[in-house]
Design a protein around this ligand. Structure first.
Ligand code: C2E
Ligand code: MG
Ligand code: MG
Ligand code: MG
Length: 284
């Protein structure tokens, strides 16, 4: 009895857990007004063509400049925003801001090939909001060419996507917007199923690339798996982006295997928008 009691009390007063719960509550209650107060900012990480090393597009990654907690990475608040529904509002802000920014780079560097912008979309944005109407409105408002917008969804957002999500994907791809599957390989990884959806890009999860390590310590199993996935994806008409490319060796081996695009610290960390224009190559 005493022991069980003590255990329960210890759990109840565990200071670390308590702090975590309080932070969660504090964040959750302020997420919605924070969107209105403009406390969020986007950084952009280059997506680089493996064949020639040129920047083709950028992924928009959200940060929260919190007045009390400083800059928060998305893993601190995206889950909370999904739970309390504020992700719909935040997601709309991200989409609008990223599309405006893509147009701004076009204006700053009219000589360069226009960049595409890739925006993460949460499950709830597909299920609980009119994503198609939002995208159409934002493209119209910004004048961004639909072909320059890519939306990243996770496998779990599209698996079993009969009904609403499937219709949304079809409508978006009908508009000319590209759909990418983010963190591919971490879920059920049903390529046969994905190939029947209007998906055109697979983003291979960083965990596969991490297995490549370096030239001195290659992990043949990971390379064989990536090679097979890239081959299968290509045969199904999909292009492949490798995430988390951190070394020259990884980049070179991914290029040889046939990955189309790479993203990672080897090319660039996520940076503020002002740093992107300078990375653009001139038009061919
Ligand atoms: P993600 O979409 O898979 O984005 C890639 C993450 O990997 C980013 O983390 C990026 O900074 C990090 N990364 C890039 N290159 C490397 C590398 O070479 N090595 C390592 N170790 N990491 C690298 P970040 O910015 O912290 O974002 C984390 C996740 O938060 C994203 O994963 C995405 O799922 C989510 N997220 C970010 N922005 C948004 C958003 O606007 N909306 C939604 N719904 N989710 C977002
Ligand atoms: Mg992503
Ligand atoms: Mg990813
Ligand atoms: Mg990832």
């Amino acid at each position: 009895w005493a022991k069980a009691d003590g255990k329960a009390r210890w759990t109840l007063f565990d200071p670390e857990r308590n702090a975590h719960r309080m932070t969660r509550q504090a964040l959750s209650s302020t997420l919605r007004p924070a969107v209105e107060r403009g406390e969020f900012a986007l950084e952009y990480q280059p997506l680089v063509g493996m064949a020639d090393g040129a920047v083709r597009g950028v992924e928009a990654l959200v940060r929260w400049n919190h007045p009390r907690f400083g800059t928060l990475a998305p893993n601190r608040f995206i889950g909370i925003a999904e739970e309390d529904g504020s992700i719909v509002q935040l997601g709309r802000w991200v989409l609008r801001t990223a599309c405006h920014q893509a147009r701004r780079w076009q204006a700053e560097r009219p000589d360069a090939r226009p960049l595409f912008v890739s925006v993460n979309v949460a499950v709830r944005q597909v299920w609980d909001s009119d994503l198609v109407a939002d995208v159409a409105e934002i493209l119209d408002e910004t004048g961004l060419e639909p072909g320059l917008l890519q939306l990243e969804l996770t496998e779990s957002a599209v698996m079993g996507s009969a009904g609403r999500p499937l219709r949304a994907l079809q409508a978006l791809s009908g508009m000319g917007v590209r759909i990418a599957i983010d963190d591919f390989g971490t879920g059920y990884s049903n390529l046969a199923y994905l190939s029947r959806l209007p998906v055109s890009v697979l983003k291979l999860d960083g965990s596969f690339v991490r297995g490549f390590q370096d030239e001195a310590h290659p992990n043949p199993a990971d390379e064989v798996i990536v090679e097979a996935m890239v081959c299968l994806a290509h045969r199904l008409g999909l292009t492949v982006t490798a995430e988390c490319v951190e070394t020259a060796g990884q980049a070179e081996r991914l290029r040889r295997i046939g990955c189309d695009t790479g993203q990672g610290w080897w090319y660039s960390r996520p940076v503020p928008p002002s740093r992107i224009a300078a990375l653009l190559p001139p038009a061919p």
